[in-house]
Design a protein around this ligand. Structure first.
Ligand code: PLP
Length: 228
């Protein structure tokens, strides 16, 4: 197993360097540590170095970890596909959801958000590559879904998320992120409070930062290859 401390420090350094290289403000890119399939001990090792934000894809696994680690005041982001019957638990236990792609799911999250908690932070997932196998809405559907989400009292529309088709070509990676970045700028003219562009994983973080990512979602480069 890879040493979490080393992996995290390396990624922090790479983010810092990429901010500099691409003319981004220092500290403008937040690291979301994707901890799906990882043990609570690995999350704690990252938390000990100051990492606060963790991303999970599988609800039951995530709920167990959130419960185990609840005294550490971590910030939990749900980033996986959402089934209707999972919305109540997600609304109760997470701070962010990056993978909203249907108004019906958004409505259920909003209705289930406990009144004593702040509104659930929402990113709408967009399918830039428009492959049928990938999650997310088409760009043409964005303004309708953004309107729905922004009208829901239990939700706070924060921005957009994408998971583009895998490519090892930097220019191709940038092109996909550029498309989302433009859609974000356009959306922001109607919703000035949105501030989040969630894009970039281990394989394409540099391109995402070059195109304006404010959250990068990194698993493998921190924790090593996933075996599960
Ligand atoms: C697993 C996952 C990641 C992290 O991917 P790595 O290649 O391990 O960095 C990021 N975003 C989403 C939506 C994921 O499911």
């Amino acid at each position: 197993m890879k040493n979490t401390e080393q992996g995290l420090s390396k990624v922090q350094r790479e983010i810092h360097d990429a901010e500099h290289k691409f003319g981004r403000e220092p500290g403008s890119v937040k690291l979301l540590a994707v901890s799906k399939t990882r043990e609570p001990e690995q999350i704690l090792a990252a938390a000990a170095l100051g990492q606060r934000d963790f991303g999970e894809n599988y609800l039951q696994e995530a709920l167990d970890k959130i419960q185990t680690l609840k005294s550490h005041e971590l910030c939990w982001h749900f980033i996986g596909p959402i089934q209707s019957n999972k919305t109540t638990s997600i609304a109760q236990h997470f701070d962010w959801v990056h993978s909203v792609e249907r108004a019906k799911i958004a409505r259920r999250l909003s209705d289930a958000r406990p009144a004593e908690l702040r509104p659930l932070n929402i990113c709408i997932q967009v399918n830039i590559s428009e492959e049928s196998s990938k999650s997310g809405i088409k760009l043409a559907e964005l303004s309708n879904l953004a309107k729905s989400v922004s009208d829901m009292p239990g939700l706070a529309l924060r921005g957009l998320m994408t998971m583009p088709a895998l490519s090892d070509n930097f220019d191709e990676q940038r092109q996909a992120f550029h498309t989302l970045s433009e859609a974000f700028a356009e959306l922001k003219s109607n919703y000035p409070d949105i501030d989040t562009l969630s894009m970039g994983t281990t394989t394409d973080m540099q391109a995402a930062i070059a195109e304006g990512a404010t959250i990068v979602r990194i698993g493998t480069a921190i924790f090593g290859p996933r075996t599960a």
